[in-house]
Design a protein around this ligand. Sequence first.
Ligand SMILES: *Cc1c(COP(=O)(O)O)cnc(C)c1O
Length: 389
Amino acid sequence: MSERAVRPREETADVALHRAYAEIHLPNLGHNLEEIKKRIPSGCEVMAVVKADAYGHGAAAVAKYLQGSCGVNSFAVADLGEAVALRESGIRGEILILGYTDARHKRYLIRHRLTQTIVSEEHARSLCESPGTVMAHLKLDTGMNRLGERVGELSTLLRIYGNKRLRFTGIYSHLARADSLDVEDAAFTQTQIGLFFDTVRDLKERGVDVGCTHIQSSYGILNYPDLPCNVVRLGIALYGAVPRTARTRLDIPLRPVLSLKAAVSAVKEVRAGESVGYGHGFTAQRDLRIAVVGIGYADGIPRCLSGKGGQVLIRGRPAPIVGSICMDQLMVDVTGLPGVRQGDIATLIGSEGGLELPVDQISELGDTINNEILSRIGGRVDRLPAGEW
Ligand SMILES: *Cc1c(COP(=O)(O)O)cnc(C)c1O
């Protein structure tokens, strides 16, 4: 597990060092967090989901900011490697591993005081075979059919709680269709919510101390903000990357945290009839000026964007992407933009000159969701704190 810290200031002083980089606007995390907190029940805590390197934003820097400047004391990651890296970066408080951890790694859970999700009865049993007590949250499957012990079999759940080498500090479930308010989707979500709270009540009636309860992730918060949980698991909304077109019950003014930029490495004239790039997938219909931008599919720009009308901003104006996207580069048409030259900075995600290219633009053209585009921004794209260099 490599950890990409936001680099120290002296190394980032010269923008020209960077072919492609992401600016991380940490204060926008604080803004988004506050906006969410205002709208959930008082006393409900936010667990910051920082899996996949904080959705590509850099987990260590994001978590440090949230802990140091916003008082967040609870974090969620996908796996043991991410959890250990986060702890080693100095993060205190709760770190919940949302995924499965094999029992043979139990000592790391204990050593780093991590909290493990129990994904099934078998998982609980295997974790109890060796000495030592692990902090755990029990995952209930209420209809997602991914991780979690099925609700309904109370005896199974009670057996899990009988394992003395697990110290349960929470219970949770995950909603499969919380992003949609269509009648059928909303009905399914209500069924999941009902099953969750019924099971929690049944367990409490049997004398089980379940610890904290949580079922909402970002869309759960935006569409079902009033659920009586102790915790919400906040991911994509924390990063201000809920799509502009999303229809949700709450409409919160979130601010994007990440901007993606790359330097222009060459500008050239292309004559009418000439073609550009691999496979010559684009042919100039008239004389054009083309800028080569130093970012490609290995940096997370989907190759399938070619020919679909994607744009970048240069000198505050939109420039259409032309030809196939290469591994490390792409080409844009800057014919209408006077003065573009080598060394200029192109914006792929972010705002410039009053125009904004949200990550939505890329994910819509790439036929995917913002989470995928952000989390796939490549490891060699430097994450830089905005405004400090
Ligand atoms: C990723 C994840 C989240 C965060 O989801 P967002 O939609 O990004 O807020 C919450 N809970 C679980 C179990 C997850 O896997």
